[in-house]
Design a protein. Structure first.
Length: 419
């Protein structure tokens, strides 16, 4: 497929910039200001102050949700005042509670592994925040953030790229592509943002490396260049506190044959692939193989039993709303940290309580620790062609596990970008 990269803001454009107080968003605002744009900075306020201070006077080192939000807002205010940038704080507390925090807890309590950052990007950062901007009557040409990703548009209709000539509409929506700096690429996190929203979104740092960003920030004497990198979502110190709204329900830890190996303190404290903190003694390493929320069980198994040949996913998002009607080949990622692998994507009509049309993803190389609740994201030519939420993994029957593990190791060390 061929794509056209979308052009960014020009001098004279009004650009709203999502500011977090970090180096990426701060430099984004500066670059646009230097370009001659009218820049308006906005920051989300999501901290409700509902969690107590950390014990023993512990301090956070920058997080998406935490009491240091006030410090970040103060930094943003100072930066905007110094550079004559209009600035606003948008209250998104209620939406963040409902769409991110409540979702996060519900998913873990259902035995799934959620990805709150993906949920937040779609419904809060590029949803409630922009709704708040519009409610204030702010008119803008573009909304820019410091994310590392690119935006492109296909040269031909997406339907035709799947061999579908029966679809009458020409579908050429903006699509998210991988950033130049593959080590910092955040395209995976952004796959659920609607195409209509992306029409006005741009990522000015898409072609810079993180090293270059720090260099440019220091050249401009930006205070954010000396701040520690922020953590994703919520720091581990607050995890236990977040779940104190309901008592945990203890249950059994079993093996694949149903033998009781020990007891867990609540399934929300476990995730597929976990090894540490299981509280089970064994002559060989054991990992969380699966979680049965209905029976309140945590199932352990040796590493070899964690490989899956395929998965079933639902709740799909497709650029432009065009969902493929036939099977196709692509590169896929089952979590942010995993390397992309070749796979066959096909419609799934089997049993299950699905949100929308489900698809089966069949891996060329069996994947380890496929976790329900995480997202499988589909790439073609380095561009996101869709993504869904993993419903369940399908066991790899009759495969050479040692070879699969070796193949995965090779993939993990392969520097080749997604193609």
């Amino acid at each position: 497929m061929k794509y056209i990269e979308l052009t960014g803001p020009e001098a004279g454009n009004t650009v709203v910039v999502g500011l977090s107080g970090g180096v990426d968003s701060t430099l984004t605002a500066m670059l646009l200001k230097e370009k001659g744009c009218r820049v308006i900075g906005v920051t989300m306020s999501q901290w409700k102050g509902d969690l107590p201070p950390l014990p023993n006077g512990q301090k956070l080192h920058g997080s998406c949700y935490g009491p240091d939000e006030a410090d970040d807002i103060a930094d943003c205010e100072k930066f905007c005042k110094e550079h004559d940038i209009e600035y606003h704080v948008i209250d998104v507390k209620e939406e963040y509670q409902k769409q991110v925090l409540d979702y996060f807890k519900a998913e873990y309590r259902a035995g799934r592994t959620p990805n709150p950052c993906i949920r937040c990007n779609n419904l809060v950062k590029f949803g409630a925040l922009l709704a708040g901007v519009e409610k204030m009557g702010i008119k803008y040409d573009y909304f820019c953030t410091g994310h590392y990703a690119r935006l492109v548009r296909p040269e031909e209709s997406l339907a035709l790229t799947y061999g579908d000539e029966s679809y009458p509409e020409c579908v050429t929506p903006p699509m998210i592509a991988c950033a130049t700096d593959s080590a910092k690429d955040q395209a995976y996190f952004l796959y659920r943002i609607p195409s209509a929203t992306l029409e006005k979104v741009r990522f000015p740092l898409s072609h810079y490396t993180k090293k270059e960003v720090f260099k440019m920030a220091r050249e401009r004497a930006l205070a954010a260049a000396d701040k520690e990198e922020s953590q994703d979502f919520i720091p581990p110190e607050y995890f236990e506190m977040l779940f104190k709204d309901k008592p945990s329900v203890p249950g059994d830890i079993i093996d694949l044959d149903g033998h009781v190996l020990g007891h867990h303190r609540g399934i929300e404290h476990y995730t597929v692939g976990q090894r540490r903190g299981l509280g089970v003694s064994s002559s060989r390493p054991l990992y969380v193989h699966s979680i049965d929320s209905e029976k309140n069980l945590v199932v352990l198994a040796p590493d070899n039993d964690l490989f899956s040949a395929s998965l079933i996913a639902d709740d799909w998002v497709w650029p432009g709303g065009y969902a493929p009607k036939t099977a196709f080949d692509a590169m896929v990622k089952i979590r942010l940290a995993s390397r992309p692998v070749k796979a066959r994507v096909e419609l799934y009509d089997g049993e299950g309580d699905f949100s929308g049309q489900a698809y089966r993803v069949v891996f060329e190389t069996p994947q380890r620790a496929v976790a329900p609740g995480q997202s499988v994201v589909i790439y073609r030519d380095g561009v996101i062609s869709g993504g869904g939420v993993i419903s369940r993994a399908e066991k790899a029957e009759g495969i050479d596990v040692e070879k699969a593990a070796e193949d995965l190791r090779k993939i993990e060390t392969d520097p080749v970008k997604i193609r």
